[in-house]
Write a protein that binds this ligand. Structure first.
Ligand code: PEP
Ligand code: CO
Length: 449
């Protein structure tokens, strides 16, 4: 294989990249970002790789979640704090109920670039470039908004830094103290059908903590409650390249814009630019695996991206849809097994289950989402493999975007509280319900709980 460098991807076909009106300006922006301080450190990146290796061994469970796309407008304290809260609540349920330590990996602090099926969009006879995420252009349907603007790369880097700064501050003091579980409560949790179950669990955790401290002399600060990592789709290669650097006393190159970048389904071509870029970085990485991926291609990807067979390096995030998983997943598990590489398997039960309502809303049925997840656990177990994580789109806000769940979000509700610019997300109740479902599936909760 040819020599790798942070720019060697440029010699390969790069899908899903914006066409900037002025390439020189885009290059200047990349240059500027490459001089700014990193958003994360190599120690954190290595720590995450270590935790993912533990997940491969069945000692941890990966919880990866956040918006489909973050937006610059929603870089505000409530949105960020609520997302942390729901991820914390879910991880609490999984740790306590599923009896496994949880890796909390946000789809945040940089999830600003989106792959699109079509390069352009036509409305009333006018055709403009598709919206590709706030890192690239803006959603309004005007020529000015839709023209890719290189300045947005810098704005995105700054927004990611602001978001991460706030997350780090919240996580380092008070907010995640398990003695203060009430801080994690979202304002509307009181009305939730799941509230009683969650509260009961929180009470039990409080009692266990007191027991550990008073009787065993262990302090929760020592229990690693508070690790939070960031991830985003590494789609926009010039942006990813800008923060790719060497670090003193460490081997290799790190992408320091995030702990965990992943390759999307549409850019996972083994001969393409994304795979070329990703093969050279030291970060733990993910690859989305969809229904059209032949087993031989997956085998090739695993060999290219994890030649050393390093546990924690590679997470395969499969997303087929509830209907297709039973057909698609088994041959891919076998293909990976034949490589003898220790990948972590993670289920994204969102992206294969999209449908459109008669009212024109893009939605997902909660029963399909849980159905795919349910089958994912069973299929892995039946084949002697193991599902080690879940990848979901969620928000801490009280939105109505996915239909179904304990409160029975209906198609009519979508009209009232559909806020996503792109894919429909689980609201906090649906997210909590999913966590309870996973905990049950992992065998730690009784049916009645
Ligand atoms: C996504 O995660 O938002 C996404 C576009 O997923 P996929 O690449 O699996 O379609
Ligand atoms: Co999405």
């Amino acid at each position: 294989m040819n020599e790798w460098s942070p720019t060697s991807w440029k010699a390969k076909p790069a899908a899903q990249q914006p066409a900037y009106p002025c390439e020189a300006e885009a290059a200047r922006m990349v240059e500027e970002i490459s001089k700014l301080p990193p958003l994360v450190t190599s120690w954190e990146v290595n720590a995450l790789r270590g935790q993912l290796a533990e997940a491969v061994r069945g000692e941890r469970f990966l919880l990866q979640g956040g918006d489909c796309a973050e937006s610059f407008d929603q870089c505000d304290s409530a949105t960020v704090a609520n997302k942390l809260k729901i991820l914390l609540q879910m991880s609490l349920v999984l740790t306590h109920g599923g009896r496994r330590r949880v890796i909390r990996l946000g789809r945040f602090a940089g999830q600003y670039a989106k792959p699109r099926s079509d390069d352009s969009e036509t409305r009333n006879g006018i055709t403009l470039p598709s919206y590709r995420g706030d890192l690239i252009n803006r959603p309004e349907f005007t020529e000015a908004a839709r023209t890719p603007d290189p300045q947005l790369m810098l704005r995105g880097y700054e927004r990611a830094a602001l978001t991460l700064n706030f997350i780090r501050a919240l996580v380092s003091r008070g907010f995640v103290d398990p003695h203060r579980l009430e801080y994690w409560d979202l304002a509307w949790v009181k009305q939730s059908p799941m509230a009683e179950e969650y509260r009961r669990m929180a009470r039990q955790i409080g009692e266990s903590l007191r027991f550990m401290e008073n009787v065993l002399g262990v302090h929760p600060g020592e229990l690693n409650w508070v690790d939070f990592f960031t991830s985003h789709e590494g789609l926009h290669l010039p942006y990813e390249q800008a923060q790719t650097r060497r670090v003193p006393r460490q081997e290799g190159w790190f992408n320091l814009s995030t702990h965990f970048p992943w390759i999307g389904m549409r850019t996972a071509d083994p001969a393409g630019a994304h795979v070329e870029y990703f093969r050279g970085i030291r970060n733990p990485i993910g690859v989305k695996v969809g229904p059209d991926m032949p087993p031989s291609t997956l085998r090739e990807l695993v060999e290219i991206l994890d030649p050393a067979g390093e546990p924690g390096r590679l997470t395969l995030i499969h997303r087929f849809g509830a209907e297709r998983i039973a057909l698609c997943l088994p041959p891919l598990i076998e293909a990976v097994r034949s490589t003898d590489k220790p990948v972590l398997w993670c289920c994204d039960p969102m992206h294969g289950n999209a449908c459109t309502t008669s009212g024109g809303y893009k939605t997902r049925r909660f029963e399909d989402i849980l159905g795919e997840l349910d089958r994912a656990f069973d299929i892995h177990a039946a084949l002697g493999s193991s599902l080690g994580g879940v990848h979901i789109e969620l928000t801490g806000e009280d939105v109505a975007e996915c239909v179904g769940g304990a409160r029975g979000v209906s198609e009519a509700d979508l009209k009232r509280a559909y806020k996503s610019q792109l894919d429909p997300r689980l609201n906090y109740e649906q997210a909590l319900e999913m966590a309870l479902f996973i905990a049950r599936k992992m065998g730690g909760l009784s049916e009645q709980m």
